[in-house]
Write a protein that binds this ligand. Structure first.
Ligand code: PAF
Length: 282
Protein backbone atom coordinates (compact mmCIF):
# COMPACT_ATOMS: atom_id res chain seq x y z
CA UNK A 1 0.00 0.00 0.00
CA UNK A 2 1.31 3.45 -0.93
CA UNK A 3 0.75 6.25 1.57
CA UNK A 4 0.22 9.86 0.41
CA UNK A 5 0.14 12.97 2.58
CA UNK A 6 -0.18 15.54 -0.21
CA UNK A 7 -2.86 16.22 -2.80
CA UNK A 8 -0.36 16.73 -5.63
CA UNK A 9 1.46 13.39 -5.21
CA UNK A 10 -1.81 11.48 -4.83
CA UNK A 11 -3.18 13.12 -7.97
CA UNK A 12 -0.03 12.23 -9.96
CA UNK A 13 -0.32 8.57 -8.95
CA UNK A 14 -4.06 8.53 -9.69
CA UNK A 15 -3.50 10.14 -13.11
CA UNK A 16 -1.16 7.25 -14.00
CA UNK A 17 -3.75 4.69 -12.88
CA UNK A 18 -6.49 6.45 -14.85
CA UNK A 19 -4.27 6.61 -17.95
CA UNK A 20 -3.76 2.86 -17.61
CA UNK A 21 -7.56 2.46 -17.78
CA UNK A 22 -8.06 1.53 -14.13
CA UNK A 23 -11.33 2.26 -12.34
CA UNK A 24 -10.94 3.95 -8.96
CA UNK A 25 -12.94 3.05 -5.86
CA UNK A 26 -12.84 5.42 -2.91
CA UNK A 27 -13.63 4.93 0.79
CA UNK A 28 -13.44 8.13 2.86
CA UNK A 29 -12.95 7.52 6.61
CA UNK A 30 -11.86 9.24 9.78
CA UNK A 31 -9.73 6.24 10.80
CA UNK A 32 -10.11 4.09 13.93
CA UNK A 33 -11.07 1.41 11.46
CA UNK A 34 -13.27 -1.50 12.49
CA UNK A 35 -14.74 -4.45 10.60
CA UNK A 36 -17.47 -2.34 8.98
CA UNK A 37 -14.85 -0.07 7.37
CA UNK A 38 -12.97 -3.12 6.11
CA UNK A 39 -16.23 -4.33 4.53
CA UNK A 40 -16.40 -0.99 2.64
CA UNK A 41 -12.82 -1.52 1.44
CA UNK A 42 -13.66 -5.09 0.35
CA UNK A 43 -16.65 -3.82 -1.60
CA UNK A 44 -14.48 -1.17 -3.31
CA UNK A 45 -11.97 -3.96 -4.04
CA UNK A 46 -14.68 -6.06 -5.71
CA UNK A 47 -16.07 -3.16 -7.74
CA UNK A 48 -12.93 -1.32 -8.89
CA UNK A 49 -9.35 -1.89 -10.06
CA UNK A 50 -7.70 0.52 -7.64
CA UNK A 51 -8.80 1.22 -4.07
CA UNK A 52 -8.13 4.54 -2.34
CA UNK A 53 -8.93 5.07 1.36
CA UNK A 54 -8.63 8.43 3.10
CA UNK A 55 -8.10 8.89 6.82
CA UNK A 56 -8.80 12.44 7.93
CA UNK A 57 -10.44 13.42 11.22
CA UNK A 58 -12.33 16.39 9.81
CA UNK A 59 -12.58 19.09 12.50
CA UNK A 60 -15.06 21.00 10.32
CA UNK A 61 -17.79 18.43 10.99
CA UNK A 62 -17.36 18.36 14.78
CA UNK A 63 -19.28 20.77 17.03
CA UNK A 64 -17.44 22.81 19.66
CA UNK A 65 -18.47 20.42 22.44
CA UNK A 66 -17.94 17.26 20.42
CA UNK A 67 -15.17 14.69 20.54
CA UNK A 68 -12.74 15.90 17.84
CA UNK A 69 -9.77 16.00 20.21
CA UNK A 70 -10.53 12.66 21.83
CA UNK A 71 -11.60 10.92 18.61
CA UNK A 72 -9.36 7.81 18.55
CA UNK A 73 -6.31 8.12 16.24
CA UNK A 74 -5.02 4.61 15.54
CA UNK A 75 -2.96 5.08 12.40
CA UNK A 76 -0.50 2.17 12.81
CA UNK A 77 -3.29 -0.33 13.41
CA UNK A 78 -5.42 1.20 10.62
CA UNK A 79 -2.54 0.90 8.14
CA UNK A 80 -2.00 -2.75 9.03
CA UNK A 81 -5.71 -3.46 8.52
CA UNK A 82 -5.81 -1.59 5.21
CA UNK A 83 -2.74 -3.41 3.89
CA UNK A 84 -4.31 -6.74 4.85
CA UNK A 85 -7.48 -5.68 2.99
CA UNK A 86 -5.45 -4.97 -0.17
CA UNK A 87 -5.99 -1.22 -0.16
CA UNK A 88 -3.75 0.32 -2.86
CA UNK A 89 -3.50 3.98 -1.80
CA UNK A 90 -3.95 5.56 1.61
CA UNK A 91 -4.45 9.34 1.66
CA UNK A 92 -3.60 10.70 5.11
CA UNK A 93 -3.34 14.49 4.86
CA UNK A 94 -2.59 17.06 7.56
CA UNK A 95 -5.34 19.58 8.25
CA UNK A 96 -3.29 22.30 6.50
CA UNK A 97 -3.33 20.23 3.30
CA UNK A 98 -7.13 20.04 3.25
CA UNK A 99 -7.78 23.56 4.57
CA UNK A 100 -4.75 25.56 3.35
CA UNK A 101 -6.57 28.89 3.89
CA UNK A 102 -7.84 27.86 7.31
CA UNK A 103 -11.25 26.42 8.13
CA UNK A 104 -12.88 29.82 8.59
CA UNK A 105 -11.94 30.87 5.06
CA UNK A 106 -12.94 27.56 3.48
CA UNK A 107 -15.63 27.66 0.77
CA UNK A 108 -18.49 25.52 2.07
CA UNK A 109 -20.95 23.13 0.48
CA UNK A 110 -24.44 23.45 1.96
CA UNK A 111 -27.24 21.00 1.31
CA UNK A 112 -30.35 22.69 2.74
CA UNK A 113 -33.46 21.12 4.28
CA UNK A 114 -32.08 17.60 4.71
CA UNK A 115 -29.32 18.71 7.07
CA UNK A 116 -31.12 20.54 9.88
CA UNK A 117 -33.30 17.56 10.86
CA UNK A 118 -32.52 14.29 12.68
CA UNK A 119 -28.77 14.26 13.46
CA UNK A 120 -28.46 17.76 12.00
CA UNK A 121 -30.89 19.17 14.60
CA UNK A 122 -28.62 18.24 17.50
CA UNK A 123 -25.35 18.70 15.57
CA UNK A 124 -25.60 22.14 13.92
CA UNK A 125 -23.02 22.56 11.16
CA UNK A 126 -22.12 18.86 11.15
CA UNK A 127 -23.40 18.07 7.66
CA UNK A 128 -21.93 21.23 6.20
CA UNK A 129 -18.57 19.96 7.45
CA UNK A 130 -19.24 16.54 5.93
CA UNK A 131 -20.40 17.79 2.51
CA UNK A 132 -17.54 20.27 2.33
CA UNK A 133 -14.83 17.72 3.05
CA UNK A 134 -16.42 14.98 0.93
CA UNK A 135 -16.76 17.37 -2.05
CA UNK A 136 -13.08 18.24 -1.63
CA UNK A 137 -12.07 14.59 -1.36
CA UNK A 138 -14.13 13.75 -4.45
CA UNK A 139 -12.34 16.52 -6.35
CA UNK A 140 -8.95 15.30 -5.16
CA UNK A 141 -9.49 11.59 -5.86
CA UNK A 142 -12.05 11.82 -8.70
CA UNK A 143 -13.19 8.25 -8.08
CA UNK A 144 -15.51 6.26 -10.33
CA UNK A 145 -17.29 4.86 -7.27
CA UNK A 146 -17.37 5.99 -3.64
CA UNK A 147 -18.52 3.61 -0.93
CA UNK A 148 -20.46 4.75 2.16
CA UNK A 149 -21.99 2.70 4.98
CA UNK A 150 -25.76 2.77 5.14
CA UNK A 151 -25.57 3.04 8.95
CA UNK A 152 -25.03 6.79 8.52
CA UNK A 153 -28.23 6.95 6.51
CA UNK A 154 -28.69 10.70 6.68
CA UNK A 155 -25.07 11.25 5.63
CA UNK A 156 -25.58 8.89 2.68
CA UNK A 157 -28.80 10.66 1.62
CA UNK A 158 -27.16 14.09 1.90
CA UNK A 159 -24.12 13.01 -0.11
CA UNK A 160 -26.34 11.50 -2.79
CA UNK A 161 -28.22 14.81 -2.99
CA UNK A 162 -24.96 16.82 -3.14
CA UNK A 163 -23.62 14.64 -5.96
CA UNK A 164 -26.88 15.05 -7.87
CA UNK A 165 -27.16 18.81 -7.26
CA UNK A 166 -23.52 19.57 -8.10
CA UNK A 167 -23.31 17.07 -11.01
CA UNK A 168 -20.28 15.35 -9.46
CA UNK A 169 -19.38 12.42 -11.73
CA UNK A 170 -19.17 9.66 -9.12
CA UNK A 171 -21.40 6.69 -8.38
CA UNK A 172 -22.34 6.48 -4.70
CA UNK A 173 -22.48 2.87 -3.51
CA UNK A 174 -24.27 2.06 -0.24
CA UNK A 175 -22.83 -0.80 1.83
CA UNK A 176 -25.07 -2.65 4.30
CA UNK A 177 -24.86 -2.08 8.07
CA UNK A 178 -22.27 -4.34 9.70
CA UNK A 179 -23.55 -5.61 13.05
CA UNK A 180 -22.29 -7.23 16.24
CA UNK A 181 -23.91 -10.65 16.94
CA UNK A 182 -26.59 -9.03 19.15
CA UNK A 183 -27.56 -6.55 16.40
CA UNK A 184 -25.63 -3.45 17.60
CA UNK A 185 -24.45 -1.56 14.50
CA UNK A 186 -20.66 -1.34 14.38
CA UNK A 187 -19.27 2.15 14.93
CA UNK A 188 -16.02 3.77 16.01
CA UNK A 189 -17.96 5.30 18.90
CA UNK A 190 -18.99 1.88 20.29
CA UNK A 191 -15.67 1.96 22.15
CA UNK A 192 -17.23 4.66 24.41
CA UNK A 193 -20.07 2.30 25.55
CA UNK A 194 -19.47 1.12 29.14
CA UNK A 195 -19.40 -2.58 30.05
CA UNK A 196 -22.57 -2.07 32.09
CA UNK A 197 -24.43 -0.51 29.13
CA UNK A 198 -23.15 -2.81 26.41
CA UNK A 199 -25.67 -5.69 26.93
CA UNK A 200 -28.54 -3.16 26.56
CA UNK A 201 -27.10 -1.17 23.66
CA UNK A 202 -28.74 -3.37 20.99
CA UNK A 203 -32.12 -1.96 22.08
CA UNK A 204 -31.93 0.65 19.30
CA UNK A 205 -31.73 -1.95 16.55
CA UNK A 206 -34.41 -4.04 18.30
CA UNK A 207 -36.78 -1.05 18.46
CA UNK A 208 -36.12 -0.23 14.79
CA UNK A 209 -36.81 -3.82 13.73
CA UNK A 210 -40.02 -3.90 15.74
CA UNK A 211 -41.18 -0.69 14.00
CA UNK A 212 -40.33 -2.18 10.61
CA UNK A 213 -42.43 -5.26 11.42
CA UNK A 214 -45.35 -3.05 12.48
CA UNK A 215 -45.12 -1.05 9.24
CA UNK A 216 -44.91 -4.25 7.21
CA UNK A 217 -48.02 -5.54 8.96
CA UNK A 218 -49.92 -2.47 7.73
CA UNK A 219 -49.70 0.13 10.50
CA UNK A 220 -49.44 3.73 9.26
CA UNK A 221 -49.90 5.58 12.59
CA UNK A 222 -46.35 6.90 12.38
CA UNK A 223 -46.51 9.15 15.45
CA UNK A 224 -47.71 6.29 17.66
CA UNK A 225 -45.01 3.98 16.27
CA UNK A 226 -42.38 6.62 17.03
CA UNK A 227 -43.67 7.00 20.61
CA UNK A 228 -43.58 3.23 21.11
CA UNK A 229 -39.97 3.13 19.85
CA UNK A 230 -38.94 5.93 22.21
CA UNK A 231 -40.60 4.25 25.20
CA UNK A 232 -38.95 0.91 24.47
CA UNK A 233 -35.47 2.56 24.39
CA UNK A 234 -36.11 4.66 27.49
CA UNK A 235 -37.24 1.56 29.37
CA UNK A 236 -33.78 0.11 28.64
CA UNK A 237 -32.23 3.14 30.37
CA UNK A 238 -31.11 5.32 27.42
CA UNK A 239 -32.03 8.85 26.41
CA UNK A 240 -33.47 9.20 22.90
CA UNK A 241 -32.36 11.99 20.57
CA UNK A 242 -34.85 11.01 17.87
CA UNK A 243 -36.77 7.98 16.63
CA UNK A 244 -38.46 8.89 13.39
CA UNK A 245 -40.24 7.40 10.38
CA UNK A 246 -39.11 9.23 7.22
CA UNK A 247 -39.23 9.26 3.43
CA UNK A 248 -36.04 7.45 2.36
CA UNK A 249 -35.04 10.06 -0.24
CA UNK A 250 -36.10 13.47 1.08
CA UNK A 251 -35.87 12.54 4.79
CA UNK A 252 -39.16 14.40 5.26
CA UNK A 253 -41.58 12.87 7.80
CA UNK A 254 -43.19 9.84 6.15
CA UNK A 255 -46.46 10.43 4.30
CA UNK A 256 -49.17 7.80 4.06
CA UNK A 257 -48.57 7.21 0.34
CA UNK A 258 -44.75 6.95 0.61
CA UNK A 259 -43.44 3.65 -0.73
CA UNK A 260 -39.82 3.91 0.41
CA UNK A 261 -39.54 4.47 4.12
CA UNK A 262 -36.62 4.57 6.53
CA UNK A 263 -36.90 4.51 10.30
CA UNK A 264 -33.96 6.31 11.89
CA UNK A 265 -32.93 6.48 15.54
CA UNK A 266 -30.26 8.13 17.65
CA UNK A 267 -29.74 7.48 21.35
CA UNK A 268 -27.34 8.57 24.07
CA UNK A 269 -25.52 6.15 26.34
CA UNK A 270 -23.53 7.77 29.16
CA UNK A 271 -20.61 8.61 26.84
CA UNK A 272 -21.66 7.67 23.30
CA UNK A 273 -24.27 8.77 20.80
CA UNK A 274 -25.42 5.79 18.73
CA UNK A 275 -27.32 5.89 15.44
CA UNK A 276 -28.98 3.19 13.38
CA UNK A 277 -31.79 2.78 10.83
CA UNK A 278 -33.88 0.29 8.87
CA UNK A 279 -35.33 0.83 5.40
CA UNK A 280 -38.35 -0.83 3.81
CA UNK A 281 -40.44 -0.71 0.69
CA UNK A 282 -44.19 -0.68 1.17
O1 PAF B 1 -18.45 8.92 7.88
C1 PAF B 1 -17.35 9.42 8.12
O2 PAF B 1 -16.44 8.77 8.64
C2 PAF B 1 -17.13 10.90 7.79
O3 PAF B 1 -18.30 11.64 7.97
C3 PAF B 1 -16.56 11.11 6.38
C4 PAF B 1 -17.55 10.65 5.31
C5 PAF B 1 -15.25 10.34 6.22
C6 PAF B 1 -16.29 12.59 6.14
O4 PAF B 1 -15.36 13.09 7.05
Amino acid sequence: MQVFHHVASLRDALAEARAAGKTIGFVPTMGNLHDAHIELVSLARQLCDLVVVSIFVNRLQFGLNEDWDKYPRTLERDMARLSAANCDFLFHPEESEIYPNGMDQQTRVVCPAMTDVLCGASRPGHFEGVTTVVAKLFNIVQPHKAIFGIKDFQQLAVIRRMVQDLCIPVEIVAAPVHREPDGLAMSSRNSYITADERPRAAILSQALNRTREQLQSGRRDFAALEEEGVRCIEDAGFRVDYFSVRNSHSLAPAAHDDTEITVLGAIYTSAARLIDNVSLEL
